[in-house]
Design a protein around this ligand. Structure first.
Ligand SMILES: [Zn+2]
Length: 613
């Protein structure tokens, strides 16, 4: 940061016209006997309290020495050629103003607006200390322990279904191994068990991988992976609709301007890990669907009769994760979120909706053979007024839950529930979530008209019932890893496997019979392919097994004539099935789940080799 200090007899300014999209409210001002601090925020400057306090301390020191009455913070972009991005500059200058106002006792403190061409007038006093310039970087200037706002620590409690509260250290955690894993991580900050998870090897068979030509944490999805992703997306919509409230599916953009006040505020309340795009207007990539849905909902005319309703988008979402922290299919810089926002009349209505939501969230994870252990992040005030609600949720879970009580509302929610599975290596992994948001409706101007014709702001629930698309798939693969650990054949649910049945003609003579059976299966919405390659039968069966294909059928003379097949079912061995029974068996497995066609050519001879088996 470059600082030019000028002691003036008088100083006045007036904004003339905007210089950019990121700007403060325009104000004019003047001061007598003023120390004016012309400040240029440079690349590398950070809104760190210790750093900015050091700069403020020097400004106050000079103001004392020259016996000024006032101090003026003056955003001035001309002292350096390496300017910081506007959104960072404005943030830092406002922070300097706040720190200065809190510490410059006896001075009147003023600040000229950021983001304008400004006219100014001054009379410099011309004594030895009247003109000084300084340069700071976060590495060279730091005031230890300065200005750290006093923070009351978060309190952790274990709440039982009977309504008893325990300090985590006093609770018999050994009886609840999953909860213990969560408490170890969240409360005692214990190192998680390490090791390479098994699922990383599995997912490569399905053509999930990193995209090395992009930023870290970005994935590529081959055809197998793509059909799985899109099936989960379809399923997320289906599950949302099963909540029994009206659901609207929408699409939007992924980039939002930081110059829009509600965007900037919500982004800050979200916290760390914003993915900023530096274009001519500074923007952020959305971290979920909130921005788009709120920006849309504010333009809808909503009556109380419409509430509650949900808006769903399969949102490409971006989080600026640390490069060393990214994990394939789990912690990504870019991922897909089937993000549902439910607009409700008020807090009571929201609470009512969350009971159904909570039930769905547990129903879905149990469908894949897993269970959640829950972390309820909750503001102290909300907990005080709603302990019964939390006890009811613990009761529905049938086991104790972990609460993290925040002394103040630091984020946009009053309640944020994280549902974790304990993975194959014993580590808690957050999958599903819901949050109750009491501030964004007003911030974005989302309104509804109540029974008495009054304008009201809905309470908004943010939720991902299945979690992000990638994390839901992670949970399926992790479940397969557990099967392998138990000595079983690892497998996926049939509805989501990219190829549900493979037909192998034992030689070219039976290709016609194979294609005929494939046609019939395909007409029933079953994803079927045909291995017509010039390979031995055993080689082709082995390849199908490596691809985890749930049903494998070879067709030769006997099968073609009798329509009775020897079917290899993954994890179950071989059985004889008639053509009709084969179809019925697969249909039964996938009934109630979404269907999509095969995302690659039916004939294996037409496929390049593109995945690691
Ligand atoms: Zn949201």
């Amino acid at each position: 940061m470059r600082v030019l200090l000028i002691h003036t007899e008088f100083f006045r300014w007036e904004p003339k016209e905007p210089a950019g999209e990121i700007r403060d409210e325009p104000n004019r001002g003047e001061a007598k006997n003023a120390l004016v601090a012309f400040l240029t925020v440079e690349e590398g400057d950070v809104p760190d309290d210790g750093y900015l306090s050091k700069i403020v301390e020097d400004i106050i020191d000079v103001a004392n020495k020259v016996k000024a009455n006032s101090i003026v913070i003056y955003p001035y972009a001309h002292l350096s050629s390496r300017l910081a991005r506007p959104y960072i500059s404005r943030d830092i200058l406002n922070k300097i103003y706040d720190i200065l106002s809190a510490n410059a006792k006896g001075f009147s403190v003023l600040k000229a607006p950021f983001g304008y061409y400004k006219q100014f007038e001054m009379k410099c006093l011309g004594h030895p200390l009247s003109e000084l310039s300084r340069s700071y970087t976060p590495e060279t200037a730091h005031k230890p322990g300065a200005q750290q706002p006093k923070q009351t620590p978060d309190v952790y409690l274990i709440l039982t279904p009977e309504g008893d509260e325990y300090h985590p250290a006093q609770f018999p955690l050994d009886k609840y191994p999953d909860l213990k894993a969560l408490v170890d991580k969240e409360v005692f900050k214990k190192e998680l068990p390490g090791g390479e998870p098994k699922y990383i090897e599995y997912v490569k068979r399905f053509a999930f991988d990193w995209e090395p030509m992009s930023d870290v944490g970005h994935m590529r999805y081959g055809p197998d992976a793509t059909v799985m992703m899109e099936l989960v997306e379809d399923y997320a919509f289906q599950v949302a609709k099963s909540l029994g409230i009206p659901i609207f599916k929408i699409r939007g953009t992924n980039m939002f301007k930081l110059s829009e006040k509600p965007i900037e505020t919500h982004a800050k309340l979200f916290g760390e890990r914003l993915y900023v795009v530096e274009t001519d207007v500074d923007s952020i990539l959305r971290y979920a669907a909130c921005f788009q849905q709120f920006a849309m909902a504010k333009d809808w005319v909503i009556s109380y009769r419409n509430l509650p309703f949900g808006m769903l988008e399969i949102a490409d979402s971006y989080r600026y994760e640390q490069p060393g922290e990214t994990v394939l299919l789990f912690r990504l810089r870019r991922f897909y979120m089937p993000d549902l926002h439910i607009f409700t009349k008020n807090l009571d209505n929201a609470i009512e909706v969350t009971y159904k939501l909570h039930e769905k969230i547990f129903e879905e994870i149990r469908k894949i053979g897993r269970d959640y252990v829950s972390l309820y992040n909750i503001t102290a005030e909300f907990y005080k007024g709603h302990k019964d609600y939390l006890v009811e949720l613990a009761k529905r879970e049938g086991k104790p839950v972990l609460l993290r009580i925040l002394p103040e509302q630091k984020y946009y929610w009053v309640l944020n529930v994280e549902f974790h599975i304990i993975d194959e290596l014993g580590r808690p992994r957050e999958i599903a979530t819901f949050q109750i948001d009491v501030g964004n409706a007003m911030r974005f101007g989302i309104k509804y008209i109540d029974e008495e014709n009054k304008v009201r702001y809905p309470v908004i629930i943010h939720t991902a019932i299945l979690g992000s698309v990638e994390r839901y798939l992670f949970a399926l693969f992790d479940t397969a890893a557990l099967m392998e650990r138990r000595g079983e054949t690892p497998k996926l649910p049939v509805w989501i496997t990219p190829v549900q049945i493979r037909i192998i003609p034992i030689n070219r003579e039976y290709l016609g019979a194979a294609l005929d059976l494939a046609d019939e299966l395909e007409n029933r919405g079953i994803r079927v392919d045909v291995d017509d390659r010039e390979e031995t039968l055993s080689r082709r069966i082995r390849d199908a097994e490596r691809e985890w294909i749930p049903y494998i059928v070879a067709i030769g003379q006997r099968e073609a004539a009798s329509n009775i097949f020897t079917v290899r079912i993954r994890g179950k061995g071989q059985i004889q099935l008639s053509r009709q029974d084969l179809i019925t068996t697969i249909e039964k497995e996938i009934s109630g789940f979404p269907k999509r066609p095969l995302y690659m050519p039916r004939l294996l001879s037409q496929r390049p080799s593109y995945k690691q088996l």
